[in-house]
Design a protein around this ligand. Structure first.
Ligand code: EPZ
Length: 422
């Protein structure tokens, strides 16, 4: 079968209103958390993306009954029929967040066997902190032969000090701690919005999580959790940011509705510094941009700092800013691959270890480029929207992992964007 590619004819000004989908990174944490409920559980506002499809396949592999309505974003999970606790390598390879099944299965069934995620196109992604946390709770965890095999007769709460701020580590330990006896305290916890969303979901099922959104989270485990009402996941902060950047990149006027503006402060501040206009409403953000953008410096940080997941789309925008921008990537070791592709489009970039220096050029031009990961794909879409001529992006499957109906949304705003297998 011929490989699918995305075609973008750049230079169109984006204009109008677009609705943001439910969050990818919160969905891939909340879906495995449904394993903890003794009663069927309904999750709403889930995005129809590849990572959610893989999550459904994972739950079904384990024996759960899942009804998934992608068009409505509603999923019903009945975990009472789960009859195995191993996740196959094939599913783990397709979704890095598969590691969350370790915490969820360990909490509910006292055992889990999940292949290690390994490295990926944005760098090393170890899970030593996840494992350390589970050991503190009393689990035996073995990682020989590339698989995490965890088991515990019973889990007991304890103090977990994270060596670095880790989103996945915080989530996995929260999941494992939810059924442990006593209280688990996670110090140096991640504060991302989806940590708070997961805490709210666990609390809605009877768990007692306090402090989510600060760097100390306390989880008082409960013997049984039951789902009492449908739970809607929060909007996707990274999709919101990608659309905000696309609006600025095309000198457009776009209102992104259904989002949470306070989650976007780091990006909003940088767009304002570049000369774009950003207006925040209760659940919408309007981004307008008229003149040239100014070059800026930014560093990726943990929330509420500038998110690494928006570094790639933002650095695409900087390729045509007036002056020289500096981008420092603190979270992942090789998250600049998209810049080499953008050089094919006329971008002027120098990368030295974790720092990229981007010298703005007046105009990018369309070229054939390849996405190396999800946000690299989003960055190339932004570059394609800005470029003169046609950009052809291959490896579109990366984009489908995390953006729901991206072409439809951008087309509705005036972009010329399509897919081809010719
Ligand atoms: C989550 O990844 C997100 N994924 C990523 O989004 C996001 O880029 C990242 O957090 C940072 O915000 C999901 O939520 C599913 P980390 P995660 O643990 O949990 C090191 C996207 O594009 N570390 O916070 O894997 C690690 O190497 C994706 O949507 C350890 O050393 O990130 C990294 O340098 C990509 N040991 C740093 O910490 C550990 O045990 C932060 O990683 C864990 C992490």
């Amino acid at each position: 079968m011929a490989e699918e590619r995305m075609l973008i004819t750049g230079g169109q000004r984006l204009e109008g209103t677009v609705r943001v989908s439910g969050g990818k990174n919160t969905s891939v944490a909340i879906i495995p958390a449904a394993i903890l409920s003794q009663t069927p559980c309904i999750i709403e506002n889930l995005p129809n993306i590849e990572d959610v499809t893989v999550s459904v396949e994972t739950l079904r592999h384990l024996g759960a009954k899942v009804i998934w309505e992608p068009r409505d974003g509603i999923m019903q999970v009945d975990a009472s029929t789960i009859n195995r606790t191993d996740v196959p390598l094939e599913l783990c390879r397709r979704m890095r967040a598969s590691s969350y099944y370790i915490g969820a299965l360990l909490a509910r069934f006292g055992k889990a066997s999940v292949p290690l995620p390994g490295g990926c196109n944005i760098g090393r992604r170890p899970i030593d902190q996840h494992i350390k946390g589970m050991r503190v709770l009393g689990a035996d965890v073995d990682t020989a032969h590339g698989t995490v095999v965890a088991q515990a007769d019973h889990l007991t709460g304890g103090d977990v000090f994270m060596d670095m701020v880790t989103v996945g580590g915080t989530i996995n330990v929260m999941l494992a701690a939810s059924c442990a006896q006593g209280t688990t305290t996670i110090y140096n916890a991640a504060k991302e919005p989806h940590i708070v969303d997961l805490a709210n979901f666990l609390n809605s099922m009877g768990c007692k999580v306090k402090g989510a959104g600060t760097d100390v989270i306390r989880v008082r485990g409960v013997e049984k959790m039951t789902s009492r009402r449908p739970y809607a996941v929060i909007p996707d902060q990274i999709e919101t940011g990608t659309l905000m950047i696309a609006a600025a990149a095309t000198h457009g006027d776009v209102t992104i509705c259904g989002c949470i503006p306070t989650h976007m402060e780091a990006l909003t501040a940088k767009l304002l510094e570049m000369g774009a206009r950003v207006e925040e409403k209760d659940d919408a953000i309007r981004v307008r941009s008229l003149g040239a953008h100014r070059a800026i410096t930014f560093k990726t940080q943990v929330y509420p700092g500038f998110p690494t997941d928006l570094q790639q789309p933002m650095s695409a925008l900087l390729c045509t800013a007036t002056g020289t921008s500096t981008v420092v990537e603190y979270i992942f070791e090789s998250r600049f691959r998209h810049l080499a592709e953008m050089e094919r489009m006329g971008a002027r970039v120098r990368v030295l270890e974790q720092t990229a220096v981007i010298e703005g050029v007046p105009q990018l031009h369309g070229a054939a480029v390849e996405a190396s990961d999800l946000r690299a794909g989003a960055a190339l879409v932004i570059a394609g929207l800005m470029a003169q001529g046609t950009t052809e992006i291959s490896n579109t499957h990366f984009i489908d992992r995390g953006y729901e109906h991206l072409e439809d949304k951008l087309s509705s705003l005036g972009a010329i964007i399509s897919r081809t297998t010719d």
